[in-house]
Design a protein around this ligand. Structure first.
Ligand SMILES: Nc1ncnc2c1ncn2[C@@H]1O[C@H](COP(=O)(O)OP(=O)(O)OP(=O)(O)O)[C@@H](O)[C@H]1O
Ligand SMILES: [Mg+2]
Length: 224
């Protein structure tokens, strides 16, 4: 975390915000220290296969087929987001790579299969809402990952927790069909969302969504 004052400010905010959080689906930051060149963070280890979500979907281009796992992970991630947003914190970098899966410890007495648990990481780009009456935060510079960016990030400087909900929608879309909505831009003849050109409808490819529960499509389309 070497570099400019801006990088230093981001690192400092990451540490103070992350250290204040205590939620089952957010990786714990136990402590941190600042040296002359770096910040050193000591955090909960999310376990082996911790990149499962991004590996499964991005490398294999494969959706998560189990509806019950999708429900479980969505519920856990939304619970973590609600916890943050209630405290005026916007994560600003919700994406597959920043969501880990912690596999439960195997115990000799355990006979039942327990699914892995969501752990949200990476508060490096988070912001804190300064004025609770507006619930808006001013973005000093455009940050985040382009394919997950809500329209207002591309077009304006004032943002709210809605940008995390948009990114969650993109993530859930990927888990459900195995690709990001923007990758359909060359395949379907619709006015999909384009940064800098304003917001229009996100494409949903009927062939893939017909296989999923209607409630899942409803949830994703409400986010985007
Ligand atoms: N608590 C953790 N337990 C296990 N692995 C972790 C943990 N935190 C981070 N990782 C691993 O390190 C990677 C990078 O972590 P993180 O996103 O917090 O760092 P970053 O510096 O912001 O990197 P990036 O630029 O890739 O986002 C994660 O994708 C994950 O593989
Ligand atoms: Mg990251």
């Amino acid at each position: 975390m070497q570099g400019s004052k801006v990088a230093h400010d981001f690192a400092q905010r990451e540490c103070t915000v992350h250290a204040s959080l205590n939620h089952a689906n957010i990786v714990k930051l136990y402590g941190y220290t600042e040296t002359s060149t770096d910040y050193v963070l000591v955090m909960e280890y999310a376990g082996e296969n911790c990149d499962y979500l991004s590996r499964k979907v991005l490398r294999d281009l494969s959706p998560i087929k189990s509806e019950s796992l999708l429900k479980l992970w969505s519920t856990q991630l939304l619970s973590a987001l609600a916890y943050l947003h209630d405290r005026g914190i916007i994560h600003q970098d919700i994406k597959l790579e920043n969501v880990l899966l912690r596999h439960p410890d195997k115990s000799a007495t355990s006979t039942e299969y327990e699914p892995a648990e969501i752990k949200l990481i990476d508060f490096g780009l988070c912001s804190v809402i300064a004025d609770p009456s507006t619930q808006m935060s001013f973005m000093e510079q455009k940050v985040g990952t382009e394919k997950y960016q809500a329209p207002e990030v591309a077009s304006g400087a004032w943002i709210s927790s809605a940008i995390d909900v948009w990114a969650f929608g993109v993530l859930l879309y990927e888990l459900a069909v195995g690709y990001k909505p923007q990758t359909l831009e060359n395949l379907v003849n619709v006015n999909y969302y384009q940064p800098n050109k304003g917001c229009v409808k996100m494409p949903f490819f009927q062939k893939d969504w017909a296989k999923r529960e209607p409630q899942l499509l409803d949830l994703v389309s409400r986010c985007l």
